[in-house]
Every structure is written in structure tokens, then in C-alpha cells.
Design a protein around this ligand. Structure first.
Ligand code: C2O
Ligand code: CU
Length: 559
């Protein structure tokens, strides 16, 4: 029997079992009519809400979420950033750990929190459903313990999202059938609202009512599908204190950059004099690294920070400056300034000083040949994406089940640990023959306890872009990054092994690389992919199978 997921020892590592609690929730997934940008359409929503319900728990708690599918389409839910120790069964990605929940069926997820503290989130993990099926998970410190920063007066959940006027299934279908790019969305949103610069929107712009002199905790989730977002509040600075369910050293900046899949906890102090704008300030979000349209204002989503009591000035809120959409330096300056909050009490658990294995992985956009060159990609090709030049094809039975039952799944275990060819990955022009990829279902299997380094190497093939790479089942330490090609002799000398941030999603800079480290101490079948939905659909994904440890099987989670 292969599925000995686990180790008692490992359990002790993850849990202080003292006071953890089990919460029960019911999610009904159903079609609901929503109106944005002057048009009404039917969207998939959980309990009728968009964004979906926020779940609250404390570190170490478990949530049992019963999901009823009352929609016409399949659904699965993933608990993004929840490590789910030894519990891949509830992780959610379709064809990786489960078959989707069919219309009329239900499925109960056990969402097992362990070391997470801060903000994580949940979202659908099949097709394009996560465009509207997503929400926040707030994880408070355990009872009797405090934030490592001054207690905020109040907190706000800020979910960044994206809206297509069209049915998202149509957007998906058109792209898949034509082989071309996805239609761009019509707006980014803050808590479901595009804000004042969009038609039929300003009455519902999200407002954060604040009192002068008070400090607020913003729990920001980027649930958008297509782009990282710069975020800023006019005349205010943001102090990041956590990201991806782990604390960071406080880092103060005029703007933040949040990639799809990332969360950022930040403090905002209402320290401005309410005049002369009537105490109104825009919070603004705009896409990074994604060419959209020439009119920059039209693509800026806004919310309003409103000082209470209002001074009655009635002026227009001030708009903050945001870095330009292609400002890679502003992007990396922010992202790679984050440091983990490690000290004597909170140690970077499982951070390998030396690794057992290094996996170098190119992260690329590619092309696939298309019959009669009739696809809508460049020169009639089909757009694709790959890791180490394998464009992942979904298996027909889910990998977790095939692996556990020792059924021959239709997947291979030969995911390469280095790129098939070394070339100048980030050169300005790339020859056509390097653009091609191949479709296959290859996973990477590792022994329990292996210390891994993974280097994500971006490439300029077809189009260089930044890629928010996300791993299920783990958080990892971001130990290094750079522009250009990774140099295995020189670059590791500059690694930060002292206080690297502990993340589950990291933006690989356009035409650059990122190095992460972690110990493979959570057995299971874990998805690894770019969190830009179009790239995932094009094949920028693979699976990490972490084998069982030596100890006997423990049925840890009851459903
Ligand atoms: Cu938030 Cu596999 O994703
Ligand atoms: Cu990507």
C-alpha cells in the first residue's frame, strides 16, 4: 500500500495541538446574476457572493467545507496557501488530486491549517471558474498570542479581481479553440468593483471608512487571472507585514505589487489631514507587465479611503501615482525587498543550507504547430507554455488516485531536472526553432525529506513576461533572484539564507530568474504552476510527488 502519507513525527512538527478548533462551512456553488459595467450576466458564485465569503480561523485550526455544486458546470475548490499536511485529498486542483465535483454532487474538503498565519485564500481550480469563485481566508494568531506588529484598529479584506463583460466560459472556449490569446478583461476590480473610472460603477465603488490617526490592516489578495497589480493609496504609505500566510519584516513603500496568487498584509495609517480633498483618497490598482490599452486611466481600478467624519469638502479624491505598466525595476524593487520575520522564536523551519537536489526549470511561452497554420497564435501557430519545454497535458484520471492505488496513470515520472538545451534564455531575439514545445504529462517524484532548490528561469521565447510561480502543499524560501540567465557558480553566492521570505507564490521577473528552497516534508501530490490562468491553461504546470516517509500510516483527518 503506497499511501502511507505520513509521519507522526512530522505531525508533531506541524502542530501544537493544544487548542485547535474545527469550523464547519457550507459552500453552495450556483449561478447568480451580477451587473458590472452596465451589463448583467450570470456568474458562478459561492453562496451568491462575489467575491465569495471570507472564512475566519486561527493558526492550527481545521475547516470542514462542504461544497454543493448546484451550477451547470463542474467545480473544484483549492485552498491556496494552506499546506494541508499529509492531506492532498482536499487540495482541489482538477485531474491532479480529484475529479471535479459534477453538477448535483457535493464534496467535503478538510482544510487543515498548520503553520499559516495571516492571509491565505480559496478559489475554484478548474477551467476559468476561479474568475468569480474565490474568497479570503483570514488566519488569526492562536488564542493568547499576538501579531508581531502593533494591533491594528480595524482590518479590511481587499480582494483584487478581474471582470469580463462576456461569459468567462466563452472567453476560455474561444481561446482554446482558436489557439490564440485570451480576450482581455474589461476591468480589474477591488472587492468586486471596478471603481469610479468605469461606466455604471461609481455608485458602488468600495469605500474604506477610516478615522484619523488610526492604523488599519489591509489583507490584500490578488485573485485576478491575467496580471500582477500595482497598488497604492494617494498620500499614504503602505507597510507590508506579511505575505502568503507568513509574517515579514515591516517594509514600507509608496506602492505594492501583488501577483495573482499572492497575498499581502499591510498596515495603512490614516495620518493625513482631511483637507482639502474632503478626506477622500483613492486606492488604485493597475496591471503590471501586461499590455492593455493606451488609456491608462481607464484601466485603473479604484476604491476610496474616506476619512470619518467627512469634512464635507466634497472634492474629488486624489489619485496616487503608480509605477508604469512595464516598470520591471519598480516591480522587483518591491517584491524582493520583502524579508521573512525570523528570530529566535520564529525560526525558518526547513530552510536547507545545502540542498540534495537542484532543479532548474525554464518557464516559457511557446508555440505548437497547427494544421494548415490556421490557429490564431503568431504565424498561424497555437500558443502554448511550458516548464523545461514540456507543455503539461492534463491526465485522464487524477494523478493522486492513480499514484495511490498504484494504477497505471497516464503520466510519466520523467520531468527533467534541467532545461533540455542551454541557450541564452533571455536574449532579445530567439530563433523560431527554439519556440516549439511538446505536450506531455510528466511529473517529478522526490523522496521524503529531500532538500530541494528550484531555480525558475524565465525566457524571452515568444514574449518575455513575469510569471507568478505557485506550489501547492508547501511554502518555500525565496533565496535569490536576478535578471538574465542564472549562473550556478556565481549567483548562489548572493543568496539570502538568513531571512528569506516564506512564500507560496513568487513572481519570476521578466527575462530573469528566481531561486527557492524547501524541504520535501509533506508527502502528497502537489501541483506546481504559473498563477496566470492563461499560462496554466497553455501548459505552464507540472506536479511534484513527494513520497511517503518511513513511519506508519496515520489517518489524521476525519471527514
Ligand atoms: Cu491558487 Cu493551483 O492555485
Ligand atoms: Cu506565467
Amino acid at each position: 500500500m503506497k499511501c502511507f502519507w505520513l509521519l507522526l513525527l512530522h505531525g508533531l512538527l506541524f502542530f501544537d495541538t493544544v487548542s485547535s478548533k474545527t469550523h464547519r462551512h457550507v459552500f453552495v456553488v450556483e449561478d447568480a446574476p451580477y451587473t458590472r459595467l452596465c451589463k448583467t450576466k450570470s456568474i458562478l458564485a459561492v453562496n451568491g457572493q462575489f467575491p465569495g465569503p471570507t472564512l475566519y480561523a486561527r493558526r492550527g485550526d481545521t475547516m470542514k467545507v462542504k461544497v454543493h455544486n448546484r451550477a451547470k458546470d463542474n467545480i473544484t475548490i483549492h485552498w491556496h496557501g494552506v499546506k494541508q499536511p499529509r492531506n492532498p485529498w482536499s487540495d482541489g486542483p482538477e485531474y491532479i488530486t480529484q475529479c471535479p465535483i459534477q453538477p448535483g454532487d457535493s464534496f467535503t474538503y478538510a482544510v487543515v491549517l498548520s503553520t499559516e498565519e495571516g492571509t491565505v485564500w480559496w478559489h475554484a481550480h478548474n477551467d476559468f471558474a476561479r474568475a468569480t469563485v474565490h474568497g479570503t481566508i483570514v488566519v488569526y494568531p492562536p488564542r493568547g498570542s499576538r501579531y508581531p506588529f502593533p494591533r491594528p484598529f480595524k482590518e479590511f479584506v481587499i480582494v483584487l479581481g478581474e471582470w469580463w463583460v462576456e461569459d468567462v466560459n466563452v472567453v476560455l472556449k474561444r481561446a482554446v479553440e482558436s489557439g490564440g490569446d485570451f480576450n482581455k478583461s474589461d476591468a480589474y476590480t477591488i472587492n468586486g468593483q471596478p471603481g469610479d473610472f468605469f461606466p455604471c460603477s461609481s455608485n458602488e465603488t468600495f469605500r474604506l471608512a477610516v478615522e484619523r490617526g488610526k492604523t488599519y490592516l489591509l489583507r490584500v489578495v490578488n485573485a485576478a487571472m491575467s496580471a500582477g497589480l500595482f497598488l497604492s493609496v494617494a498620500h499614504h504609505r503602505l507597510t507590508v507585514v506579511g505575505s502568503d500566510g507568513a509574517y515579514t519584516k515591516p517594509y514600507t513603500s509608496d506602492y505594492a505589487l501583488v501577483f495573482p496568487g499572492e497575498t499581502m498584509d499591510m498596515l495603512l495609517t490614516a495620518d493625513q489631514n482631511p483637507n482639502p480633498t474632503g478626506g477622500l483618497y483613492y486606492m488604485a490598482a493597475r496591471a503590471f507587465d501586461f499590455l492593455n490599452t493606451s488609456n491608462i486611466d481607464n484601466i485603473t481600478a479604484t476604491a476610496v479611503v474616506a476619512y470619518l467624519p467627512g469634512s464635507g469638502g466634497g472634492g474629488r479624491p486624489l489619485l496616487p501615482p503608480l509605477p508604469y505598466y512595464n516598470d520591471s525595476n519598480a516591480a522587483t524593487r518591491f517584491s524582493f525587498s520583502l524579508r521573512g520575520l525570523w528570530d529566535k522564536e520564529r525560526r525558518p523551519v526547513g530552510l536547507p543550507n545545502m540542498f540534495d537536489e537542484r532543479i532548474v526549470m525554464t518557464v516559457s511561452i511557446n508555440e505548437l504547430p497547427c494544421r494548415h497554420s490556421s490557429c490564431a497564435g503568431p504565424n498561424g501557430t497555437r500558443l502554448a507554455a511550458s516548464l523545461n519545454n514540456i507543455s503539461f497535458a492534463n491526465p485522464s484520471i487524477n494523478i493522486l488516485e492513480a499514484y495511490c492505488r498504484c494504477v497505471r496513470g497516464d503520466y510519466g515520472v520523467n520531468f527533467p531536472t534541467m532545461p533540455p538545451y542551454y541557450f541564452n534564455f533571455t536574449a532579445d531575439d530567439q530563433p523560431q526553432n527554439l519556440l516549439w514545445t511538446r505536450r506531455a504529462t510528466e511529473v517529478k517524484a522526490v523522496e521524503y525529506g529531500r532538500k530541494l532548490e528550484v531555480v525558475f528561469q524565465g525566457t524571452s521565447l515568444v514574449q518575455g513576461e513575469s510569471h507568478p510561480m505557485h506550489l501547492h502543499g508547501y511554502s518555500f524560501y525565496v533565496v535569490g533572484w536576478g535578471f538574465g540567465n542564472f549562473d550556478k557558480w556565481r549567483d548562489p553566492l548572493g543568496y539570502n539564507l538568513k531571512d528569506p521570505p516564506f512564500k507560496n507564490t513568487v513572481g519570476v521577473p521578466r527575462n530573469g530568474w528566481v531561486a527557492i528552497r524547501f524541504t520535501a516534508n509533506n508527502p502528497g501530490v502537489w501541483y506546481l504552476h504559473c498563477h496566470l490562468e492563461r499560462h496554466l491553461i497553455w501548459g505552464m504546470d507540472t506536479v511534484l510527488i513527494v513520497k511517503d516517509g518511513p513511519s506508519p500510516w496515520v489517518q489524521f483527518v476525519s471527514y
